[in-house]
Write a protein that binds this ligand. Structure first.
Ligand code: SAM
Length: 283
């Protein structure tokens, strides 16, 4: 931190700087450094090992797109698995779906959950108190090891492949995820910035292709994640995301318990359309 500014450490030669209004908390768990800060104009931020994870300013874009694309692509998602997601944003969005009966959230660091509830109540709200929640504190890569056809949707809300997040980017992790999904099962994950993390996108797109019949990239602009369009990977062995028509999406969307600020059926159809430079990265 330099004279009242925070600069992210994810990229060596481009940094997002935040003018700090107030340092809310800075602690170290056994996994990582956990920081919460209030910026001058962009709301509150969760920062892990000096890498920005989420912010009250634009979290709705990321959490809605990581959640509603798979859940509205599935005909009737009942059991949902979330890996990571300790800030509670994905969990909040999953619980808006009437068809969902159980959400298993596997988070390695309980401190992130505890402190997010204290410093980011606007993100998690009361989602960690939901009766539909099965909370597992542990490594997501370990949890998926011996599961078979237990889930309809798996959402990987991991940090970047650094520190404890590394295990969530490996072939065996994707192989185990493909085994734990039921017929028509869907897995999605964040796959980084299209300009600054090309290798991460390319590498993960190639890996998932070994374990799923369909895999597709979709995008959204998330200002906090610098480097142009932010990317997500959709995988399934039963659902081809390009074949879901707008009328079906509109019908399913009426079921949602409460409003969204970014996601809508038209965005759902459009977000899989890719600019040529991203098609090039995936070729
Ligand atoms: N939106 C962020 C992004 O795109 O980078 C991710 C946010 S979420 C806070 C990431 C969570 O994953 C953190 O709470 C972290 O503790 C958790 N995590 C990291 N490695 C993990 C692992 N191996 N198993 C389960 N959770 C993990």
């Amino acid at each position: 931190m330099k004279n009242g500014w925070f600069f992210e450490s994810l990229f060596p030669d481009a940094k997002l700087g935040l003018k700090i209004k107030k340092n809310l908390s800075s602690t170290r768990s056994k996994f990582q450094k956990i920081r919460f800060l209030e910026s001058q104009h962009l709301g509150r931020f969760l920062i892990l090992d000096d890498i920005i994870q989420t912010s009250t300013w634009d979290e709705f874009v990321y959490h809605e797109m990581l959640t509603h694309i798979p859940l509205f692509s599935h005909p009737a998602p009942k059991d949902v698995l979330v890996i990571g997601g300790g800030d509670g944003g994905v969990l909040r969005e999953v619980l808006k779906h009437r068809t969902v009966k159980k959400v298993t959230l596997v988070e390695i660091d309980k401190q992130v959950i505890n402190q997010s509830q204290r410093y980011l109540p606007g993100i998690c709200r009361n989602s960690f108190q939901s009766k539909k929640l099965e909370l597992i504190i542990g490594d997501g890569a370990e949890f998926v090891k011996d599961k078979l056809k237990d889930y309809d949707v798996a959402i990987v809300d991991s940090p970047d492949p650094i520190g404890p997040g590394k295990t969530l980017f490996q072939d065996k992790f994707y192989h185990n995820l493909s085994n734990l999904l039921r017929q028509n099962g869907i897995m999605v994950r964040q796959s980084g910035s299209s300009f600054f993390q090309k290798k991460e996108l390319q590498d993960n797109y190639a890996r998932v292709g070994k374990f799923f019949k369909y895999s597709a990239v979709y995008t959204a602009a998330v200002p906090t994640y610098i480097g142009g369009l932010f990317t997500f990977i959709f995988c399934s062995s039963g659902i081809n995301p390009g074949k879901i028509n707008l009328k079906t999406l509109k019908k399913r969307f009426t079921q949602l318990k409460s409003k969204t600020r970014y996601y809508n059926p038209e965005i759902h159809s459009a977000c899989f359309q890719l600019p040529n430079y991203i098609k090039e990265i995936l070729r």
